[in-house]
Design a protein around this ligand. Structure first.
Ligand SMILES: [Fe+2]
Length: 420
């Protein structure tokens, strides 16, 4: 029996319940505050919502294409201060009659979901953006979301939980995939489309002669994220273990967001340096299969922050870090100390999640957050070690999540009612 990740299952349920509870709200009273150009709704649960009139007019269902959900036309300057002649609640819908004769009818559950209160706005945003659950080695060993390949292929509910965990926790394991190339194509076709790079759409990880990447040797690989040297660094990575080495070849993963958090709390000066100092990442070479020359270069901070100060991405890769550091020479030693500190923290046993993939495993992880590495592999079977990999973009994963969320949620409710 394959197990699932408890703390994330609870998060998924919260996401569902937020969606369902919003739809159950009942309006009690509606009024106009003309001087503020606002319409107020008092709800049965005691909450009050204020909606700008201009925003209501802009989002009038008659101005939205019901087929594709896209806005039709745009407000004119004259319409920005258009007044409402009357407002009323009719058959559970909000009806606004505008002074130019236009009529707008809003479903009340839609209104409640789009309330402008700080709490509601936060819930709306977190339903559509990162809600990262940080982990250390013990936690992810206990709670790693794990499912069977056949279930992901056949069941949208399993696919949803896989992608939800992948997006929020950053790592998942799929077991029992067929031990042949081409399985990632089947998996990715369930989600959307693959992110192609100069390594191709699907790349094979094997020991090669004259390798153009350290991954194509039998050597150990330091913890890293892939491809920080390209501007649009891939967001997710999938590795399918087709044949494992007899000795060595163990993979290791670290939650880069968790390490960044520890760095921020215990070594704030190092955190400051890694969030403000730009390093250069570079990779150049020739793809042997296609003859394609490539030369990629970026300048970026190893820890990238979002506008609210949260860690947005980590770009940690000692293999492709070039010699250029955009800092005063007197600061360089401190930058090296901060960089080394990040690695030292990452390799602490409490952070390092080790797992030796077996044939048929697909490890899926968030390349924008989770560092990965591997032990060297040796022995006669080393040459046989064979993985296939690919990348996928965040937009593709989140698009699929949102596309199947309602159907999965509705089916879950029907199943629960049938079981009750
Ligand atoms: Fe890698």
């Amino acid at each position: 029996m394959l197990r699932s990740c408890g703390f994330v299952a609870a998060s998924a349920a919260r996401a569902f319940s937020r969606h369902v509870n919003a739809a159950s709200s009942v309006p009690q009273r509606v009024s106009l505050a003309e001087s503020d150009h606002l319409l107020s709704v008092d709800w049965k649960d005691g909450h009050s919502s204020a909606y700008p009139l201009v925003w209501l007019l802009d989002n009038c269902p008659s101005r939205i294409n019901s087929g594709n959900g896209q806005r039709v036309g745009r407000l004119t300057r004259r319409e920005l201060r258009l007044r409402a002649a009357s407002v009323s609640l009719e058959k559970g819908r909000l009806v606004v009659r505008w002074e130019n004769g236009e009529l707008s009818v809003f479903p009340v559950d839609w209104l409640r979901r789009h309330c402008f209160s700080p709490t509601s706005r936060h819930a709306f945003v977190s339903d559509h953006a990162d809600d990262a659950k940080l982990w250390d080695a013990d936690r992810i060993r206990r709670e790693l979301f794990t499912c069977a390949f056949a279930d992901v292929i056949a069941d949208d509910a399993v696919l949803f939980r896989l992608l939800f965990n992948l997006d929020n926790v950053g790592i998942c394991l799929i077991k029992e995939a067929p031990k042949t190339e081409g399985q990632l194509a089947r998996l990715c076709a369930r989600v959307g489309f693959v992110r192609e790079t100069h390594y191709g759409t699907y790349f094979t990880v094997k020991s090669k002669e004259n390798p153009n990447n350290n991954a194509y040797t039998s050597s150990a690989l330091d913890l890293h994220v892939d491809l920080p040297q390209i501007t649009r660094t891939p967001d997710f990575q999938f590795l399918h273990c087709i044949t494992q080495a007899g000795e060595g070849g163990e993979n290791c993963f670290v939650d880069g967001f968790r390490v960044a958090q520890v760095l921020r709390d215990k070594y704030p000066d190092d955190y400051y340096l890694l969030t403000t100092t730009k390093l250069q990442y570079t990779d150049r070479g020739c793809e042997p299969d296609t003859g394609l020359l490539f030369h990629n270069t970026t300048m970026r901070c190893p820890i990238e922050l979002a506008s609210n100060g949260d860690v947005k991405r980590v770009y940690i890769n000692n293999h492709t870090r070039s010699s250029f550091i955009d800092a005063d020479p007197k600061k360089i030693l401190r930058v090296y100390e901060a960089w080394t500190r990040f690695y030292d923290l990452s390799y602490e046993a409490r952070h390092l999640f080790r797992i030796k993939l077996t044939s048929g495993d697909v490890i899926c992880f968030k390349n924008s957050r989770v560092l990965h590495g591997r032990e060297a592999f040796t022995g006669r079977s080393a040459i046989e070690r064979h993985l296939q990999g690919c990348y996928m973009d965040e937009d593709v994963v989140r698009s699929k999540l949102l596309s199947i969320r309602d159907a999965v949620s509705n089916k879950q409710q029907v199943d629960n009612q049938a079981a009750a």
